[in-house]
Design a protein around this ligand. Structure first.
Ligand code: SF4
Ligand code: SF4
Length: 449
């Protein structure tokens, strides 16, 4: 069976990001195949765990994928400080006699951003709003590579590795069926704060859940790599809860036009037109800008923002929120039907190598130093009584259910088929009975009726 077909059947999607269907990404040829093991955000343990534990499988599969892509270069990129993981991978490369290079990244944020990673390894800048493939690269997260390895053995994606870190007794690595309730995972960490919020992902780009009801409804999906628990009175939680109107008022009143948000922006540094300071400067007059060209000149650069959070979580000395203002302005651009011109051949700025944000300093700025752990988390397996499997865990159209209430399913059975176009198959993560099928999800229970 072709690699893309096996990967499609298994329902593999990008494990470290938005969940782009992998069979589509691999249906090409490329000069570089890059494995992203950078663990981009602070306080996430998953990629490191996978590199230490499954080094040979990762190396073997990376070489197979590179062969499939006819890539001249196969590279695995991780931070230079991950000495254990580099050791495990180096050993595996030697044992497998693999043509795979290790690229040591400096420990900065966001080293694992796909476009920053491509620039680090190849010194090529991806076009604005473009793809790594535009400069000859395919990038896959290390978790995705492992999922491809399983797919080649005929095993679909049914489980997910994820770390739980932050305000918990000790960080834990979990392996759980897709659809496991987040609350059930958290309860197994042994010691949560009385009042807490949880971030699905990392502190910079993850999705923050603050309400009991939202935490109760959240489940582990194919893209959940980490749960970060924070006390509800933590500054990061307070910032997330600030209403947009207040952010706009603060932006118009307090921005001192120091430009730090632009100068430290990772996308600006690789040559993209991203000017958050200009957006902040013009926000006050936004309702009066009726000329479309002028609107694009003032606000169009928001379209190139990747939402990394550097500007508001690290750069801004006034505690303002340029990222959120970019999100707001993007909505306005869409409403006005403005699609800003994009540069197809950007060149990195001269400051690209010294305007980097050390991860340690970022952690301190975020108020997370107390949650840094130097112990290696143990693996815990969880077998929930019930799973709620979302039909949309990937970019593209939701999958279409192929089971009905009352059906018995076995772990690995196809329960929802990829829709026409961009989509991905979904499989049962547990043996059980289908309790219900809605437009959004399939509920499976192990309990006998
Ligand atoms: S969030 Fe801020 S720093 Fe990040 S890409 Fe957007 S403007 Fe640049
Ligand atoms: S860093 Fe803050 S104060 Fe400086 S220009 Fe940007 S938004 Fe304004």
């Amino acid at each position: 069976m072709q690699m893309t077909e096996a990967v499609k059947n298994a329902g593999v999607v990008g494990a470290g990001g938005a969940g782009f269907p992998t069979h589509v990404k691999l249906n090409t040829k490329a000069e570089y195949f890059l494995v992203n093991a950078a663990e981009c955000e602070p306080l996430i343990e998953t990629d490191k765990y996978l590199c230490r534990t499954y080094a040979r499988q990762i190396v073997r599969t990376a070489v197979r994928i590179a062969g499939h892509l006819e890539a001249k270069h196969a590279v695995i990129a991780l931070k230079e400080k991950y000495s254990r993981e580099i050791g495990a991978l180096s050993e595996a490369i030697a044992e497998e006699r693999a043509d795979l290079k290790i690229f040591r990244l400096r420990p900065f944020y966001p080293a694992g951003d796909e476009q920053v990673l491509v620039h680090q390894v190849t010194e090529r800048s991806v076009p604005e709003r473009g793809l790594p493939l535009d400069v000859g690269c395919v990038v896959e997260n290390v978790g995705t590579v492992l999922a491809v390895s399983d797919a080649l053995e005929g095993m679909p994606v049914t489980e997910k590795f994820l770390s739980v870190t932050g305000a918990v007794k000790t960080p834990v690595m979990f392996r759980v069926p897709i659809g496991t309730p987040v609350r059930e995972v958290l309860q197994k960490t042994g010691g949560l704060p009385g009042q807490y919020a949880v971030i699905l992902g990392g502190p910079m780009m993850g999705k923050m859940l603050t309400e009991e009801r939202d935490i109760g409804q959240a489940v582990v999906t194919k893209t959940t790599g980490n749960l970060l628990v924070l006390p509800k009175d933590h500054d990061l939680v307070r910032r997330t809860l600030m209403p947009r109107e207040k952010m706009i008022r603060r932006a118009t009143a307090a921005c001192i036009q120091c430009r730090m948000c632009t100068d430290l922006c990772p996308r600006y540094l690789i040559g993209h037109e991203v000017y958050p300071h200009r957006i902040m400067r013009n926000l006050w007059r936004q309702p009066d800008v009726t000329d479309e060209k002028e609107f694009e000149r003032c606000f169009g650069s928001a379209a190139n923002c990747c939402n990394c959070g550097v500007c508001e979580m690290f750069a801004c000395p006034m505690g303002l929120s340029p990222r959120k203002m970019n999100e707001y302005v993007k909505e306005l651009l869409r409403e006005r039907g403005i699609n800003p011109v994009r540069s197809l051949n950007p060149g990195a700025r001269r400051a690209v190598d010294y305007h980097r944000i050390p991860t340690e300093r970022l952690i301190a700025r975020l108020g997370l130093t107390q949650y840094v752990s130097h112990s290696l988390p143990d693996l815990v397996r969880l077998d929930p009584e019930e799973v709620m499997v979302p039909l949309s865990q990937h970019i593209g159209k939701p999958a279409v259910p192929v089971v009905s209430a009352g059906d018995r399913v076995k772990k690995g059975d196809l329960i929802a088929e990829a829709a026409e176009g961009l989509s991905a198959n979904i499989h049962a993560g547990v043996d059980g009975v289908v309790e219900g099928v809605t437009a959004d999800s399939i509920r499976i229970s192990r309990r006998e009726e």
